[in-house]
Write a new protein. Structure first.
Length: 128
C-alpha cells in the first residue's frame, strides 16, 4: 500500500512539473544571478538583491512565497520581496485585476512585489 501511495505522489509531482515551461531555478538565475542564500537558521532565500530578501514562486503558490519572504525578512532584518512567476500562457493571460489585488495585499504587508513572465520580463507594481 505504501508503494502505491508513493507511486501516485511521484506521478502527480511529475505532471505538475511537466506543466511548467521552466523550473524555478531558471527564473532565479534571471532575477538573482546567483544561487540561493543560506540564512543563519538554515533556511534558503532565493536571493538578497538591492537590500531586499527575495522569494520567487509560481502564481499558483503565491501564498507560500509571501510566508517565506516574511520569514526570511525576520531572519535577515532586510525588507521582504516576492516575485510572482507566470510560466504558462494561461497564467500570463490571467485577469490583471487579480494580480493588482495581490500586489495591494503585498503592499499592505510591506512586501515588495514583482511579476516575471516566462520570457524573463519583470514588472514592478508601478508598471501595471
Amino acid at each position: 500500500m505504501k508503494s502505491i501511495a508513493t507511486l501516485v505522489l511521484l506521478v502527480l509531482s511529475f505532471s505538475v512539473q511537466a506543466a511548467r515551461l521552466h523550473p524555478e531555478s531558471y527564473y532565479q538565475d534571471l532575477f538573482c544571478g546567483e544561487n540561493p542564500v543560506t540564512l543563519k537558521d538554515g533556511t534558503r532565500a532565493d536571493c538578497i538583491k538591492d537590500g531586499v530578501v527575495w522569494e520567487l514562486d509560481f502564481w499558483d503558490k503565491w501564498y507560500e512565497g509571501v510566508g517565506q519572504a516574511l520569514h526570511y525578512s525576520r531572519v535577515t532584518g532586510k525588507p521582504p520581496g516576492v516575485v510572482i512567476l507566470l510560466d504558462t500562457v494561461d497564467e500570463t493571460n490571467m485577469n490583471v485585476v487579480r494580480f493588482v489585488l495581490l500586489m495591494d495585499y503585498l503592499k499592505a504587508l510591506r512586501i515588495r512585489g514583482r511579476l516575471m513572465d516566462r520570457n524573463g520580463t519583470i514588472w514592478k507594481v508601478t508598471d501595471l
